[in-house]
Design a protein around this ligand. Structure first.
Ligand code: FAD
Length: 476
């Protein structure tokens, strides 16, 4: 799988999100030449920062945390002192009340009342004594660890908003990947006896964040790649991937606004485009069962309604999870608290009101003005904003934001993986690229490992994000 030594320069990377850029950075730093093709006009992928009237908006709010020294080094080398450590406050809004998240016992007890809290404790004991025998669904997995009642208060409504389906249909893997190692007992233990040194405290109380939002990290990374001779082509959509005798030979690129397409060949290909698109764009087409498997994989999308409000720091949270089922919004980001440098004017507030949806559904198709009106109305309902303070706003639709872990996805993904493994010089990386619920650090790690493989090393990229623990949350 190593690059031909006569042609050390020809790796093509599809996509300039964290995974593609990490691959590009490693290859460029190792002296290889690399070309990255990105269909958007901006780098960063889903981790980009959108600028509007001098205010900066993150798509979702990206905390930077990792257990990987390689990723940590890359982030710190890229940004230096512009990589800030920021304090965090996040709460859950449920039944007209705010609850600290991660939970604080006194706050939860006070908010829920003694009878409900006793009910939660009894329900927890019941789940410990009579657990679900099978842990195939999200509902079973969480109930066994937290009790059925706590599951329905603090997990069910938000999770169902996010996935748009009942928790009884969501695979347990998603919970296991996100809240591995956490149970009610460990949550309470952490709440009473917080870890003063390690990761738990770090993740709960503070996080790292670029001064001007996550896009800054990836723009700087792109700049470094170019300084080392790597090439990044923006507005360049890979529309076809040609293969022959078990190897990828070339990609067909369509530049924005141009009718003619170009062909680029290379020895090695790293793809962070959605794995479903990769399958569709292979030429000749894969066997029908592989195409059918790709068609069965689905993604959840999300909409961020960005609002500039005419008041100083509207609320103290960095973000709020909105569990209440009477509003459709899932989460609200308060970007001035992520980094004060996100604001053009400190006397104003920049919010991201988030809706989870499916590409093409009613919410997705709603006009921007209607989405802004909906966000303002719902902000008033949860008492976190007033229409009277609204100054300006815009809408960003993010397709394919979350790979959906439904009951059939492992089988379908395996069919695709097995087929793609037949190509000697193609590596899918990243979140959509591997159809895996990867955070930035996992995505970056897959990019770094794919680049190292292209240089002759041997890493199993699919093992990234299978055994790492996420100590805090099942929240996306
Ligand atoms: C709401 C939300 C919140 C998140 N919060 C966090 C967080 O707090 N911390 C964290 O670590 N992670 C977080 N993540 C995850 C993080 O965003 C992803 O792990 C990361 O962006 C994935 O990087 P990637 O390079 O694999 O994919 P992407 O970022 O999607 O990049 C893929 C790139 O490929 C390009 N592309 C696609 N098709 C083509 C084509 N045909 N031709 C050329 N280019 C193409 C795309 O335009 C894109 O730029 C969050 C994700 C979401 C959705």
């Amino acid at each position: 799988m190593s690059i031909d030594s006569d042609k050390p320069d020809d790796v093509i990377v599809i996509g300039a999100g964290p995974a593609g850029l990490a691959a590009g950075a490693h290859l460029a730093a190792s002296g290889g030449k690399v070309s990255i093709f990105e269909k958007e006009g901006q780098v960063g992928g889903i981790s980009k920062t959108v600028e509007f009237k001098g205010y900066r908006f993150d798509l979702g709010g990206h905390r930077f945390f990792t257990k990987s020294a390689a990723v940590n080094n890359l982030w710190n080398e890229t940004l230096g002192s512009d990589f800030l450590t920021r304090p965090r406050l996040s709460r859950i809004y449920y039944r007209n009340k705010f609850f600290n998240y991660p939970l604080k016992p006194a706050n939860a007890l006070f908010g829920l009342g003694i009878p409900t809290s006793v009910g939660l404790a009894l329900s927890y004991l019941k789940s410990r004594i009579f657990p679900y025998r099978d842990e195939e669904t999200f509902e079973q997995w969480v109930s066994n660890r937290f009790g059925k009642k706590l599951y329905s208060v603090f997990f069910k409504t938000y999770t169902e908003k996010l996935w748009g389906m009942p928790c009884s249909e969501i695979r347990a893997e998603w919970a296991a990947q996100r809240i591995k190692g956490l149970s009610l007992t460990s949550a309470i233990r952490n709440a009473f006896f917080p870890d003063k040194s390690g990761n738990v405290k770090t993740l709960i109380d503070s996080f790292q964040y670029p001064k001007f939002g996550p896009g800054m990290m990836y723009e700087k990374m792109a700049g470094k790649i170019e300084n080392l001779g790597g090439k990044i082509f923006l507005e360049s959509d890979i529309v076809e991937i040609k293969h022959e005798t078990g190897a990828i030979r070339a990609v067909i690129v369509r530049r924005n606004g141009e009718t003619e397409s170009e062909e680029h060949s290379a020895s090695h290909f790293i793809s962070s485009m959605p794995i479903t698109d990769l399958v569709k764009r292979l030429s000749p087409s894969p066997p029908p069962e592989v195409v059918a498997a790709a068609e069965k994989l689905s993604f959840r999308s999300f909409i961020s309604v960005s609002l500039i409000m005419n008041l100083r720091n509207a609320f103290p949270d960095t973000w709020v999870y909105v569990h209440s089922p009477e509003v459709m919004m899932g989460r609200i980001q308060n970007f001035g608290n992520w980094s004060p440098h996100m604001l053009a004017d400190p006397a104003r507030t920049a919010l991201g009101v988030e809706y989870f949806c499916t590409e093409g559904d009613e919410l997705w198709r709603m006009k921007d003005e209607s989405l802004i009106a909906l966000a303002l109305e719902e902000l008033e309902k949860v008492r976190l904003g007033s229409k009277a303070d609204f100054l300006d706003g815009f809408v960003t639709r993010v397709p394919k934001a979350y790979p959906v872990y439904d009951a059939d996805y492992p089988r379908n993904l395996l069919v695709i993986r097995d087929y793609l493994a037949g190509f000697s010089n193609l590596q899918p990386v990243g979140r959509y690229g591997m159809f895996k619920y990867n955070n930035m650090d996992h995505s970056i790690l897959t990019g770094l490992q794919a680049a190292a493989n292209a240089l002759g090393e041997q890493h199993d990229i699919w093992s990234v994000n299978t055994d790492q623990e996420y100590l805090e949350t099942c929240r996306a």
